[in-house]
Write a protein that binds this ligand. Sequence first.
Ligand code: HEM
Length: 275
Amino acid sequence: MDTPTMSLIPCIFMLLLILLVSIFLVCLKPKNGQSNIKLKVPPGSGGWPVVGESFKYVSLGNGKFMSEKEISNYIIGLLVASYESTSTAVSFVLKHLAELPHIYDEVYKELTKIAKLKGEGELLKWEDIQKMKYSWNVVCESLRLTTMNSSFSGFREVVTDVAFSGFTIPRGYKASWSSYTTHKDPECFPDPEKFDPTRFDGKGPAPYTYVPFGGGRRMCCGKEYARLEVLVYMYNIVTRFNLEIVNPQEKIEFRSFPIPVEDLPIRIIRHNIYG
Ligand code: HEM
């Protein structure tokens, strides 16, 4: 019988979208009439307002409510920042695991050890996530090589004149930063194209050389949540399936997010860690 092949990206996108919308709805639901944000629940909604509608009722505290433009900006911001980033991260972790059997084997050892200490079907606990050190190093290395913010990350105001590569960027200018070149700089990461999770052992890379989540005051506020999502996903895949890449020559286009041009087909082969 043929082993199943699936195009992972659409499946991952769909699962994460459902998860995010569910979490969002749970956050919006007032608990015993009390909520962190001031919500006026639309009449007849039974306490479960739909996402877009709900924003209309969030008070800005000065008797004003959000405009439709602001609402759509927030929703698009939420989708791009949280859902595209994490689903892309998961896709590339699976790609690296499928391409590099020696890395898969180490992750498999770590994750099955955790699984076997639990009952079959028992859910992960917070302490289990803390034990996934090698697996997290693999995620970090995957994020380094296929950095999300490949061409553009956002703007920073230049606070002092900066001389760079024969150019002067004057104080007060807005500069767009990207981690792509830093992550591939051999001075920061020797043999930069090599997939090597041990770079993150011990103290790991020097400060501000590894910045997939940005840095400073505007650093990604979803980092820890993303870590949880990616590790839980990885655990559930690796403890159930072996992975084989279908087209090792598949090209990756780097737009604002890296995109495998053929949707990254991966062959999944079921295994049972309990024998
Ligand atoms: C692997 C997954 C993720 C990556 C690689 C990522 C990366 C980033 C980066 C590079 C920034 C810009 C940081 C800066 O300017 O210094 C950012 C900002 C942000 N991220 Fe993430 N992110 C991820 C997941 C998430 C998730 C899951 C959420 C929400 C649940 C989220 C919410 C945000 C928000 C709201 C901002 C704007 C923060 C601000 O401007 O103060 N991100 N993210």
